[in-house]
Design a protein around this ligand. Structure first.
Ligand code: A2P
Length: 285
């Protein structure tokens, strides 16, 4: 196991995991997961919405023995589809376990605070979220989900959950990069014992050409992707780089043999302007 963070469940979660959004097809999935295991990745992040849980489960089943690893050596995350929020949550949870072919999932998240196909202003959203969370708590109690958490929750959604939950979420996974520093959410997570985890650290690729990022990369002899991932790690934020290219998968895991100076960290942090490249959950009631 590489460097990890301690969750409020007592389990360790690797600081670097492979994001698998858009990873599709058994051959590509096998190749990328193989490259990731070779590079030292021990965490894999999927979701029902990505439609690749079965392929990832299959790839891991064939590849773990090849790498001399067992199920316990890897940390698997999946997420409840927005269309399964509320009354369908139990079916959604069972489907993820079945698709992955696992008897337990290390971390299971509510993917999105809203319900697919319904208006973001739908008054039933809070009730659906609360019902989904109660279902995740049941799976946690049964040992099927070792840890549970949420994704794309705003401060408002988090406060609502923290007020009513029986099990405090272990993880909040949100978009996080120098242009979206999420200060309020991070502070809330810190004071509540919730691990704040980043997705889209590269700003979906847009930040790779940012002049400040490129200047820092040049100064430390690293790639822009490595600089952006390191910026998060130096703030104790675990990352989930995603790439369908084995060379980049490897590059994105080489993050522990260099350090950004305080002034470069500050230059990058000064880019914060609240810009989102992914979906915006702030309108979901
Ligand atoms: P690809 O799959 O072709 O490598 P984010 O994680 O911020 O959403 O960004 C993901 C995007 O960044 C993907 O389009 C991915 O494309 C690209 N990407 C990932 N790693 C690298 C890298 N090391 N260098 C350049 N582009 C990368």
């Amino acid at each position: 196991q590489g460097p990890s963070v301690l969750l409020n469940t007592g389990a360790h979660m690797p600081l670097v995991g492979l994001g698998t959004y858009r990873l599709q097809g058994p051959e590509d999935t096998y190749q990328v997961v193989d490259a990731a295991l070779t590079a030292g990745y021990r965490a894999f992040d999927t979701a029902a919405v990505y439609r690749n849980e079965a392929e990832i489960g299959q790839a891991l089943r064939s590849l773990l023995p090849k790498h001399g690893l067992s199920r316990a050596d890897v940390f698997i995350t999946s997420k409840l589809s927005p269309k399964d929020q509320g009354t369908k949550a139990r079916d959604g949870c069972l489907r993820s376990l079945e698709q992955l072919g696992l008897d337990y999932i290390d971390l299971f998240l509510i993917h999105w605070p809203g319900t697919q196909g319904r208006d973001v202003r739908d008054k039933r959203n809070p009730e659906n979220r609360s019902q989904s969370w109660a279902t995740l708590e049941d799976f946690h109690k049964e040992g099927k989900f070792k840890a549970i958490g949420v994704s794309n929750y705003t401060v408002k959604h988090m406060q609502e959950l923290l007020k009513s939950c029986r099990v405090v979420p272990a993880v909040l996974q949100v978009e996080f990069h120098p242009r979206l520093a999420q200060k309020e959410l991070r502070a809330l997570c810190e004071e509540s014992g919730v691990c704040f985890q980043a997705y889209s650290s590269l700003g979906t690729g847009v930040l790779l050409t940012d002049p400040v990022v490129q200047a820092v990369a040049q100064r430390c002899g690293r790639t822009p992707a490595q600089v952006l991932l390191r910026w998060a790690l130096q703030q104790n934020v675990p990352v989930l780089p995603k790439s369908a290219q084995p060379m980049r998968v490897q590059q994105n895991s080489c993050l522990f043999d260099f350090e950004l100076s305080e002034s470069d960290m500050a230059r990058l942090s000064a880019l914060d302007c609240g810009e989102k490249f992914c979906w915006d959950p702030s309108l979901v009631v």
